[in-house]
Write a protein of this length. Structure first.
Length: 201
């Protein structure tokens, strides 16, 4: 009986690995698009994901009939989590190198605009820092920030992946619009989306 469970588990894990490799690029692209969604769309997705997760959680609780099945399910979840984390790591690497892509200028302007508007101060300080970004990348940004805004170009990427942080002149109001912060804000939704995409759940 134990051997049969082991074979079933190994086959399921093997199938998941193969499928993950085939869908890795698609999952990364879907993850990237998710990050770019508007707040309204993100809220809608979050509501749907939460409702779906609640149904799945209920089904999972009802399906655990014995400690052996529970152990096998936990092993499967650990393997799935490892695969999902590898996708997230790949996404982070691509985001960190965005300064070398054609999309960088538009993304930078959008990040700066969002951060300045979120702070809402007449005089604000905007810090920008991206890996492999040069001074010419930031020339256009100086033209779109409001008068009275101080633009600070960091030598290192902000929070490792890069991004924009805006604050009022006294530093009392701060809006972190780095890639890391944006990923953290979408953490639960993003994990569920990647998992459902890879494993068709």
């Amino acid at each position: 009986m134990s051997e049969s469970f082991g074979k079933i588990q190994n086959r399921i894990l093997s199938d998941a690995r193969v499928k993950a490799e085939d869908t890795l690029k698609e999952a990364e692209e879907k993850a990237r698009r998710t990050i770019e969604q508007t707040k309204a769309q993100a809220q809608k997705d979050a509501d749907e994901i939460i409702a779906r997760a609640q149904l799945e959680a209920g089904a999972l609780r009802r399906s655990i009939l014995s400690s052996r099945i529970r152990t096998n399910r936990l092993r499967m979840l650990e393997e799935k989590n490892r695969i999902v984390q590898s996708v997230l790591h790949s996404v982070e690497e691509k985001l960190a190198g965005i300064a070398t892509s054609a999309e960088f200028q538009d993304a930078l302007k959008r990040f700066v605009t969002e951060a300045v508007e979120a702070v809402g101060a007449e005089q604000s300080v905007v810090r920008v820092g991206f890996r492999e970004a040069s001074k010419r990348h930031f020339d256009e940004v100086g033209k779109i920030v409001p008068k009275g805004t101080k633009l600070v170009i960091e030598e290192q990427p902000i929070e490792e992946l890069g991004g924009v942080v805006a604050s009022d002149s006294e530093g009392k109001i701060v809006y972190n619009n780095s890639f890391k912060a944006r990923l953290d804000r979408l953490d639960t939704q993003l994990l569920v989306l990647i998992s459902s995409t890879i494993f068709s759940e």
